[in-house]
Design a binder for this molecule. Structure first.
Ligand code: UT7
Length: 331
């Protein structure tokens, strides 16, 4: 499904938070049979952040939200909806959104979570756009946060080298000028759900001593298959979003792909003919932080002063579901 906008939403503040604790590839060499050389050459990751024992996803979200609100010149009471994209909620119920609402002291505004794997934050942009443009809400806090290292199997070298923890947040409002979200494209294929999933802890395989022994409450992934689909879908979604916005590949000033693997990032950049200096990457510092990766990238580009008025950014993600989505955005 694709969509082009006349009225638009725009991001009026960005924020992020990463835990202090750093886990390097050399640290991982002591935990599983791996090497800095393998991880660096196959994924681009050098280190990742690990939440402390007393931090859950809402804690990272609250820190990131405070920064986003400050950058938007707003207080928590100024927002009227909280959406949290996450695959690692504090609790299955209530939603992480409700824990964030409490932590921010945002009053009795609605709050909920979106579950769409690593694509959740872009799904959130599309949902928030509908809610703002139909007049239901004026200022939405959209968060992308994960503590993936709590659902990581630290005995499985295929997955444990990949993930990290991070929180990010943006404030969204209706745009009063030419800037904002120009178009979007989103899709999913539930047939491929079991190539990247957490089998246990839901109603299919409820938590039991056996499910815990079998590490079913951790991320299971067929990396190679996921890789191929990610490259194909991220390229396609970006092209569809560009087309809906009436833009060409050459119009892209920055491409912010989901940070899952530097080889996927490079392949997506090549497919869109975006020169490497315009392809955002920070995977070496944080690993795969799922829904937090794109808004974190946006925040870093903004902080570095690279987002000027009129800058065209394409953001694109792929994740469990499978899900995929892209947004074309004029800063
Ligand atoms: O964020 C949501 C989407 N997620 C993704 O997009 C992730 C997509 N997948 C990937 O990024 C890559 O597939 C991985 C990084 C997960 C794996 O890279 P790969 O090049 O596809 O490796 P592979 O799974 O084909 O494994 C190649 C070899 C295997 O050994 P053999 O069978 O050839 O002897 C693995 O056992 O590498 C081995 N291997 C490792 N060796 C050292 C797998 N993990 C490791 C490791 N250290 N950590």
């Amino acid at each position: 499904m694709k969509k082009k906008n006349k009225r638009r939403i725009k991001i009026t503040g960005t924020g992020f938070y990463v835990p202090d604790k750093v886990l390097t590839n050399l640290d991982l060499e002591k935990i599983v049979d791996t090497s800095d050389e393998w991880i660096t050459s196959r994924t681009g990751i050098k280190e990742r952040r690990i939440a402390s024992d007393d931090q859950a996803t809402s804690d990272l979200s609250i820190e990131a939200s405070r920064m986003a609100l400050e950058n938007a010149g707003l207080k928590a009471k100024d927002i009227d909806l909280i959406i949290v994209a996450t695959s690692s909620p504090d609790t299955i119920l209530p939603s992480t959104g409700c824990w964030v609402q409490k932590g921010l002291g945002a009053g009795n505004i609605p709050a909920f979570d979106i579950s769409a794997g690593c694509t959740g934050w872009i799904y959130g942009m599309i949902v928030a756009e509908g809610l703002i443009l139909n007049g239901a809400h004026k200022r939405i806090l959209l968060i992308g946060s994960e503590v993936l290292t709590r659902i990581t199997n630290w005995k499985d070298r295929n997955t444990c080298v990949l993930f990290g923890d991070a929180g990010s947040a943006v404030v969204l409002e209706e745009s009063d000028d030419e800037s904002g979200m120009l178009s979007s494209y989103w899709g999913a294929d539930g047939n491929l759900g079991n190539l990247l999933y957490m089998p246990g802890g839901g109603t299919r395989i409820p938590a039991s001593a056996e499910s815990v022994t079998q590490d079913l409450h951790c991320i299971h992934m067929k990396g190679n298959d996921v890789f191929k689909h990610a490259v194909k879908r991220m390229g396609e979604a970006s092209l569809e979003a560009l087309k809906s916005a009436g833009l060409e590949k050459e119009d892209i000033d920055y491409l912010i792909p989901h940070q899952a693997n530097s080889r996927i990032i490079d392949a997506t950049g090549r497919r869109l003919k975006v020169p490497s200096e315009k392809v955002f990457t920070n995977i070496h510092k944080y690993g795969n932080v799922s829904v937090a990766s794109i808004p974190l990238g946006l925040h870093e580009l903004w902080e570095e002063g690279k987002l000027k008025k009129g800058t065209i950014v394409v953001m694109v993600a792929f994740g469990a579901g499978f899900t995929w989505a892209a947004v074309a955005y004029r800063w």
